[in-house]
Design a protein around this ligand. Structure first.
Ligand code: AMP
Ligand code: MG
Length: 497
């Protein structure tokens, strides 16, 4: 019989397991009784160069539940630490996750394929290592929503039901999430080795991070300071984007902040409805540490923790010089963030030139929304109607339209300095401000139907809607509407551990 070439399901190239021996623990996923595919992201599978046809059915369920470890995978539990709500936990790590391996995608980018909910590991600290269907699907929804909004994010490749109960406050159906990331390097990964004074490992890790995310820095004489600067730049851009879509991560602990600049770990996260700087939805964030408006401040705080971890690597000969240089990067963060925020705000206002008072114009707009508790998403979206028309939909969002009218006159005046036509500006604004976001009541509805009734229709429909957040389509009005205020006031998201 002629030998046929069998296409491998995955072409793994596991640099972390290979190059960072001793920074992770080789481990195997737990077996589950009855794997069933709940969600398979075919487009992402294809982008990763995987055999999507072979993976979408039972074979995929076996693999993405952890029951069958595919050829070439080298599953490892990664070590990391983290400041959680301000306090350092020196030993967290993959307590319910495993890095299955890495692949090079069709654009030549290295991507991690990792499990979440795949059973206990040496980092589990008494936890069961499992995940429930609801939180797993939440990660899938929010990740896909962010991706469609053009915001760097980890994404779900698959969600598989395990056929096994998970015991939380209630008994819940179990699931495993397969997550794709540019890497799972976190601020906390550096803190783990810094906290132990393991400088060789810390240096190996930092050099690895540079090769993977900032290869142009490999031969830079100040490469660790520059790594910090690069991470700060990516986080400044990321958090500015969150702010412009009203996203609240909910648990910006240092173990949930990536080196790559992707959003990661969608637990108690939410998109806000009425614009409110103090908005918090997480049930565990009792003091509002991770409230909407605090996010840029927390990003800076987290970066200061990264700087501390990297300090011993900077200026090996002259440690006293390291502190001011790291401080210079951290002190530069607010301006870096403001720059990204203002660029985003201009785009949302339909402006391409930079004029002196643009920042005040944008800030005053948000103050208007805050004063009248106007829906963040709809206000930005319907503002486009008011470029060249009356903006009835916009006006309807305000109880008192007088302050709006005054602001609109200023904004239209500013618009006349642009080279574009009003119609062009309206079009550009509608490509920047979405009509559909993952509204909390819609997410809950989808998760409840899937988790309680095994009905995936609302989940699949919501994913479809969110895949094209900028294209308003007839028949989807119920995805546009905010939740009734009493629902939002009660809304709490849970960590889902
Ligand atoms: P997270 O809240 O998902 O960012 O997780 C914070 C830390 O707790 C990480 O080290 C997780 O691995 C760990 N963890 C969360 N849930 C569990 C669980 N059910 N079993 C074991 N470890 C967990
Ligand atoms: Mg986490």
């Amino acid at each position: 019989m002629p030998e046929t070439l069998v296409r491998p399901l995955f072409r793994f190239d596991n640099s972390y397991a290979r190059e960072l021996l001793g920074l992770a623990v080789p481990w195997q996923p737990a077996k589950v009784p009855a794997p069933s595919m709940l969600y398979f992201n075919r487009a992402l599978a294809e982008e990763l160069g995987l055999d999507a046809d072979a993976l979408h059915g039972d074979r995929g369920a076996a693999i993405f539940s952890g029951n069958e470890v595919p050829e070439g995978a080298m599953p490892i539990a990664q070590a990391y630490a983290g400041h959680q709500f301000g306090g350092l936990s020196p030993s967290l790590g993959d307590g319910r996750a495993l890095l299955l391996g890495e692949v090079i995608d069709c654009h030549g980018r290295r991507r991690d394929i990792a499990f979440k909910g795949s059973g206990p590991t040496p980092f589990s600290r008494g936890g069961d290592g499992k995940a429930a269907v609801g939180p797993v699907l939440r990660e899938a929804i929010v990740g896909e929503a962010m991706h469609a909004l053009g915001i760097p994010t980890t994404r779900a490749l698959a969600a598989v039901g395990t056929g096994e109960p998970v015991f939380r406050e209630d008994t819940l159906p179990g699931a495993v999430l397969t997550r794709v990331a540019s890497s799972h390097l976190r601020v906390g990964t550096f803190q783990y080795f810094a906290a132990r004074g393991q400088l060789d490992k810390l240096r190996q890790l930092a050099d690895y991070a540079i090769r993977r995310h900032d290869p142009e820095l490999v031969d830079h004489p100040d490469r660790y300071v520059e790594l910090l600067r690069a991470v700060a730049e990516r986080q400044a851009s990321l958090v500015a984007r969150w702010m412009h879509v009203g996203f609240i991560h909910g648990v910006m602990n240092t173990d949930n902040m990536t080196i790559s600049g992707e959003s990661i770990d969608y637990g108690p996260c939410a998109f806000m409805e009425a614009h409110d700087p103090g908005a918090v939805f997480s049930s565990i964030d009792t003091h509002g540490r991770y409230a909407y408006a605090n996010q840029p401040l927390i990003a800076r705080w987290n970066l200061a923790r990264l700087a501390e971890a990297l300090l011993p690597l900077m200026d090996g000969d002259e440690p006293a010089r390291a502190v001011p240089r790291a401080t210079e990067v951290i002190d530069g963060f607010p301006a870096q963030y403001e720059r990204h925020w203002l660029t985003g705000a201009r785009a949302k206002l339909g402006l391409s030139r930079a004029e002196e008072h643009d920042r005040a114009l944008a800030r005053d707009w948000l103050a208007l929304l805050q004063a009248q508790a106007v829906d963040h998403t709809l206000a930005w979206r319907y503002l486009a109607d008011a470029v060249d028309g009356e903006g009835f939909r916009l006006q309807a969002l305000f109880e008192d339209t007088r302050p709006l009218m005054g602001w609109l006159a200023r904004w239209r005046g500013r618009g006349t300095l642009e080279a574009s036509t009003p119609a062009e500006r309206a079009l550009a604004m509608r490509r920047t401000s979405p009509i559909y976001i993952a509204r909390n009541h819609r997410v809950e509805e989808a998760l409840t139907a899937a988790s309680v009734d095994a009905d995936f229709e609302p989940f699949n429909r919501l994913l479809d809607v969110l895949a094209q957040p900028f294209d308003e389509r007839p028949g989807l009005e119920t995805y546009v509407a905010p939740a009734p205020p009493e629902v939002t006031a009660r809304y709490r998201t849970f960590c889902g551990t």
